[in-house]
Write a protein that binds this ligand. Structure first.
Ligand code: MN
Length: 197
């Protein structure tokens, strides 16, 4: 049974198409018009071993906010869709990733309930190319809201903005992969005592 999700989201501000295959091999085809964001989504697919297609055309003449946010919303929706009934998955995942001087710790529960806890160094360069670094939390909030997962992301230390953001996406990718992967000991079992996820 294939675990794929597809979300098409069209508004007056953006037009977004996201496709994800959780059991892919990290094949990524991403274009949002925001170079650094493309680089981050590339990390997500590559290190999550998801096949990921993202095509966003947004109102970049205003700024990159809507483009980045709406892509994250669609991505969250596609991820949830791909998870399906969640039977036989690990459900929890965590990963710690260093990137030179920066460290990201990510823990996820594919719980069905949206909750984000996020900390990162407050002193950081405000922009990476066209990417506003305050958008990282907004991306995570948007993704969590649509994917309906509990996500804790911490960067206890880091200095370079590019590193601080990139290690978060790498650790997120791995944590999502571990949580969504099929547990060979739990085939046919829903990982919840409540009987619902
Ligand atoms: Mn917003």
């Amino acid at each position: 049974m294939s675990r794929v999700g597809r979300v098409e989201r069209i508004t007056k501000e953006t037009s977004v198409v996201v496709e994800i295959d959780l059991d892919g091999s990290g094949k990524v085809d991403v274009s949002t018009g925001v170079g650094f964001y493309d680089h981050m989504l590339d990390q997500l697919g590559r290190h999550g071993l998801f096949d990921l297609t993202v095509k966003t055309e947004g109102d970049l003449h205003i700024d990159s906010h809507h483009t980045i946010e709406d892509t994250a919303l669609a991505l969250g929706g596609a991820f949830k869709q791909a998870l399906g009934d969640k039977v036989g998955i690990y459900r929890f995942g965590n990963c710690t990733v260093p990137l030179d001087e920066s460290l990201a710790q990510v823990t996820v529960d594919l719980s069905g309930r949206p909750y984000l806890v996020h900390t990162e160094p407050e002193k950081m360069a405000p922009m990476i190319g066209e990417y506003d670094t305050t958008m990282t939390r907004h991306i995570l909030e948007s993704f969590v809201a649509q994917a309906q997962i509990a996500l804790h992301v911490h960067v206890p230390y880091g200095r370079n903005a590019h590193h601080i953001v990139e290690c978060q996406f790498k650790a997120l990718a791995r944590a999502l992969r571990y949580a969504s992967e099929r547990d060979p000991r739990a085939a046919g079992i829903l990982p919840s005592t409540k009987g619902a996820l």
